[in-house]
Design a protein around this ligand. Structure first.
Ligand code: ADP
Ligand code: MG
Length: 633
């Protein structure tokens, strides 16, 4: 029994009409066509599968990469009294059977799950028995190795074509490069898909690149100008913490978010930011993916992203409400050298992978042409230390060996050893008095890691071992003892890393089979990074035109608002000078906001803001916490 899509839209969502290609996509799915939907962030991709799912009988399967995304979507649907279920987190076999029973017989319309969950045989067996109306693969660019969010398990989502043979499949993403589209269609085995592409142009986002020696100062000025919700992306976890601390010390309502936080902290911080209890979040790149916050006014990049794809995804989180928003990239020469260095230091080449593989065989004493199928406990830090290997580079080399099925690493490989103190400081001192053997470890950990009383902190056990001159194994034993005594919470990643050799040892020959692929991959990544640098260096093409061109779209007229356009616009210099003098004279009398200035001076607001920015850059004026500008003293 099919219902009319427009009725569903109005009835359940309360929206008047469809946006962009939504209606065409919905109709294609209702006619059982496979679809590839390329739409910008905030373009309304979710409705494209949710509405046909409601129009059709049966269950719609949705694959999504992040737990937070899944939970957010399922909550929304539940609030609308629609039956949606999420399979996330640790679920025991019994519970999983119950949930799947419920899904099969309880009239559910949506089942959200991660690509990894889909690989469980229990799930696959059951899906074959359920009537499936449709399959949606959200954030489908995760199938692509050229993309920035590659997730190997996404490659196996094509199994859904076998589990639900009659159901149409829709793949959705905001990344629209040709390579990524092609990868999606091939990997998911879309059959003769209809491709819909909405323009990525986000008219309300103004792009700026700002070269500056003092990024913190510029950031402060930027965030200070008209407050509002902002994200500041930084390249490392440490930087997110430091930048947030700096902003806070200047009276800006900021906090930080990164992948190393424990889940309740992530939830808490995300909620505070969604509710605008926190204005500015400094964050690493995953923050904000798929989060539907309408009023983000600024997205600032404090470090250079690795590609324009990443950059565009991240800035896309600004201005979903259609109101003016700003995307600013702060940079300087030093930054760029640093980024280049970091890039080289994380991307192992074929020679390095060969070296790691040789060392692995030596480490586990595998003779030639043997080793296949053997499993070992793997002490990664010890391994790197023994052969003087760079841990980050080696970690990435291990991942490549794993991806190409030379070895297999247990999931725990990705986890870090973490520690959090549970005892109060006073209890701890008493404990130390009675357990002198553990004193050195406790004190070293406290000295090395700030905040370890407040949250679960990733630690480097090898570093601690070196500091107190004990073998690493003993450090683990000591932590285990402390955990037993209730002093701290200890999660050892090491104890359960397992490495299995999948091929007999053949050294270089093994690696040569995919060496070219690795080299090609490295070159593509390098090329993407160079495109990113070209965007930064560009002074002649409107920023929006530049970005859209990269994504294969033509835009006719320049935006007129980005730094390149503004520099080109031949505002009669004399007029700007006059405005600047007028503004400065007024501000010398008393501090004012940009609105107040516009009202008193009767110039166009954009011109006022432009001269304010210039005066800020020249450090002639500054802005206070009430967003008033005054002379710099
Ligand atoms: P995407 O996944 O493409 O980033 P979402 O599906 O999260 O975007 O939708 C973004 C926002 O747009 C949501 O708040 C959604 O409710 C809203 N939206 C989607 N379609 C429409 C429409 N036709 N009319 C009005 N708002 C819409
Ligand atoms: Mg989405």
């Amino acid at each position: 029994m099919q219902k009319n899509p427009t009725d569903i839209l109005q009835h359940h969502w309360g929206f008047k009409s469809f946006k962009g290609s939504q209606e065409k996509i919905i109709n294609a799915l209702l006619r059982n066509h496979d679809v590839l939907a390329l739409m910008p962030t905030g373009g309304g991709k979710s409705l494209c599968y949710q509405i046909p799912a409601l129009a059709k009988d049966g269950l719609c399967i949705v694959i999504s990469p992040l737990v937070s995304l899944i939970q957010d979507q399922v909550q929304r649907l539940k609030k609308m009294n629609l039956k949606a279920m999420a399979l996330t987190g640790r679920i025991g076999a019994d519970e999983l059977i119950d949930l799947l029973d419920n899904c099969q017989f309880g009239g559910y319309k949506f089942l959200y799950l991660s690509p990894e969950r889909l690989q469980q045989s229990l799930v696959q067996e059951r899906l074959q028995q359920i009537q499936i109306s449709m399959v949606a693969i959200d954030e489908a660019h995760c199938v692509s190795q050229w993309g920035h969010d590659f997730r190997p398990a996404y490659l196996k989502c094509n199994i859904l074509k076998k589990l639900a043979p009659g159901a149409p499949m829709i793949a959705l993403t905001a990344t629209t490069t040709k390579e990524v589209s092609q990868d999606i269609m091939t990997a998911l085995e879309l059959e003769d898909p209809l491709v819909f592409k909405d323009s990525l142009l986000r008219k309300n986002i103004v792009f700026h690149v700002k070269n500056t020696e003092d990024k913190l100062y510029q950031l402060r000025q930027l965030i200070g100008i008209e407050s509002g919700s902002s994200i500041v992306y930084a390249g490392t976890r440490r930087a997110t913490v430091e930048i947030a601390a700096h902003l806070k010390s200047k009276g800006i309502n900021a906090d930080f978010f990164h992948g190393g936080l424990v889940s309740y902290e992530k939830e808490q911080k995300l909620r505070a930011w969604l509710n605008n209890d926190i204005d500015t979040m400094t964050a690493t790149s995953a923050f904000g993916m798929g989060v539907d916050k309408a009023d983000v006014r600024k997205v600032v990049h404090y470090h250079i992203p690795d590609s324009l794809e990443s950059y565009f995804q991240e800035v896309g989180r600004a201005g979903r409400d259609g109101l003016l928003a700003k995307a600013v990239l702060l940079t300087n020469e030093q930054d760029r050298l640093q980024a280049k260095k970091q890039f080289a230091a994380t991307q192992p080449d074929v020679e390095y992978i060969k070296l790691c593989y040789k060392k692995l065989n030596a480490y586990f004493q595998i003779p030639y042409s043997e080793g296949q199928g053997q499993t070992f406990s793997f002490f990664f830090n010890d391994f790197c230390h023994r052969y003087g290997l760079n841990p980050l580079l080696t970690y990435n080399a291990m991942k490549i060996l794993d991806q190409h099925s030379v070895i297999s690493l247990s999931n725990a490989f990705a986890q870090k050893t973490t520690v959090q103190f549970m005892a109060k400081k006073q209890e701890l001192f008493t404990y130390i008095e009675n357990h002198r053997a553990l004193e050195a470890l406790i004190k070293t950990v406290l000295r090395t890691y700030g905040g370890i009383f407040d949250y679960e902190t990733p630690i480097n056990t090898l570093l601690i071992a070196k500091k107190i001159s004990r073998p690493e194994k003993e450090i683990h034993a000591q932590f285990e003892r402390l955990q037993k005594d209730g002093i701290l919470e200890y999660n050892s990643a090491k104890s359960d890393i397992e490495l299995t050799f999948l091929l007999p040892r053949e050294d270089d020959k093994t690696i040569n089979t995919f060496g070219q692929k690795v080299t090609h991959f490295n070159n593509v990544k390098k090329g993407k990074f160079e495109d990113m640098l070209a965007y930064i260096d560009n002074t002649s093409v409107c920023r929006s035109i530049f970005l859209l061109k990269y994504f294969g779209e033509k835009m006719k007229s320049p935006c007129g608002q980005c730094d390149v356009c503004l520099n080109k616009r031949k505002q009669p210099l004399s007029e700007l000078k006059k405005i600047k003098t007028d503004v400065f004279e007024l501000l010398e009398q008393h501090a004012m906001t940009s609105k107040e200035l516009t009202n008193s001076l009767h110039y166009e607001e954009s011109l006022i803001i432009r001269v304010l920015q210039e005066l800020l850059d020249e450090e002639k004026i500054t802005v206070n916490e009430k967003n008033q500008y005054g002379p710099y003293r």
